[in-house]
Design a protein around this ligand. Structure first.
Ligand SMILES: *Cc1c(COP(=O)(O)O)cnc(C)c1O
Length: 361
């Protein structure tokens, strides 16, 4: 068996050691006579797994005690809708900073419930930049300000946490959570689907400052109420136990590897390798994002024409570099360099890019 380097944008590559442990524990977990997937979420075994995942994520990211952490079925898009239901009154204004595709879905999900003020947008220039903070038109009475910390499709990333005063800052960290140190206390709420940097698809993490849960929000069913999920320790639904367990193994792996500081170092090195190959190509490869807003996690880039793009995709796959085809919304190539992609993967990609250019440039 050879595992290729997998640049998938999500569901994405997982650490091999985590997959091996899950494989070893698939038939029987910890001498319990059954797989963890087959056990009640109310039993002591799974409750221990869940509590450990919570404690490990808190340690990994540095989540203060006045923040609740939820592990929920439903993806990041589900959380996008729940933000308005839980934290804004009917028709209240919410501020959104639009820097790419996922910001658009975030706005779409809350539009039935609230008045969306697009405080700033980089859409007119093709989502190649983050609008400077001093140009944002924030509302005085907004329930919250929402940003997409990393735009997975457009490859644009906030490199600093913006100051939005006393209004709580909400952020979609689906594709960059735990990729570098983060000051959680600067945010009112952080959410992320697990399938990019944290584990398998099927579970989302929500980190929310507890005082915000006192807001009345909008009329909503109990199952859409974050307070109820907090009160029931994320077990209002039968939780996605397998996904939660597997995410927990990823947290332990990240801690053992040196935590977010170590991943920040690796992620900087990986993205420097790929951007380096783009920037040294004399225009053969093009990334259109302004350098200060370039994502470390997702690097979209373009070749001179469609024929070369198709050849790049098929030859890279044959060379053991998987899933480099760009998202259909932007085309070209996209390399996703999440935590579990080793530095050797980025080295192999940069080497392949130079070689491909020599043969086709
Ligand atoms: C993948 C992604 C989403 C969508 O996640 P789902 O779990 O599929 O709903 C939302 N935001 C960002 C930034 C993403 O990368």
């Amino acid at each position: 068996m050879t595992r290729a380097f997998n640049f998938s944008a999500g569901p994405a590559t997982l650490p091999e050691s985590v997959l091996r442990q899950a494989q070893a524990e698939m038939l029987e977990w910890n001498g319990a006579g059954a797989s963890i997937v087959e056990m009640s979420h109310r039993g002591p075994e799974f409750i221990a797994v869940a509590a450990e995942a919570d404690a490990d994520l808190r340690r990994l990211i540095g989540i203060p005690d006045d923040y609740a952490v939820l592990f929920l079925a439903g993806g990041a898009t589900t959380q996008q809708a729940l933000l308005a239901l839980n934290f804004a009154s009917p028709g209240q204004t919410v501020d959104y900073v639009l820097t790419g595709h996922w910001g658009k879905t975030a706005i779409k999900q809350v539009s039935p419930y609230v008045r969306v003020n697009v405080a700033a947008s980089s859409e007119a220039n093709g989502f190649h930049d983050i609008p400077p903070r001093d140009q944002w038109q924030l509302s005085h009475d907004a329930a919250y300000v929402h940003i997409t910390a990393n735009e997975t499709i457009h490859g644009v990333e906030f490199r600093d946490t913006p100051d939005v005063g006393n209004v709580p800052l909400f952020a979609d960290f689906s594709s960059s959570i735990a990729s570098e140190p983060l000051d959680v206390s600067r945010y009112g709420l952080i959410y992320a689907g697990a399938q990019k940097n944290l584990g398998p698809v099927g579970v989302s993490v929500v980190i929310v400052r507890r005082d915000l849960l006192e807001r009345s929000g909008q009329p909503r069913a109990d199952i859409f109420d974050y307070r109820s999920h907090v009160a029931r320790d994320s077990m209002l639904n039968t939780p996605p136990t397998w996904n939660w367990y597997l995410a927990g193994l990823v947290f332990k792996w990240m801690l053992a590897e040196g935590g977010v500081e170590e991943f920040a170092r690796r992620n900087a090195a990986k993205s420097a390798l790929v951007y380096g190959a783009i920037d040294a190509s004399g225009g053969f490869y093009r990334n259109e994002v302004v350098p200060a807003a370039r994502s470390r996690m997702n690097i979209p880039f373009f070749l001179p024409d469609e024929t070369l793009t198709a050849r790049f995709v098929s030859e890279s796959k044959a060379a053991g570099l998987l899933a480099l085809k760009g998202h259909k919304a932007v085309g070209g190539i996209r390399a996703s360099l999440y935590n579990a992609l080793p530095v050797e993967g980025a080295q192999a990609l940069a080497g392949f890019m130079r070689d491909f250019q020599q043969r086709n440039g």
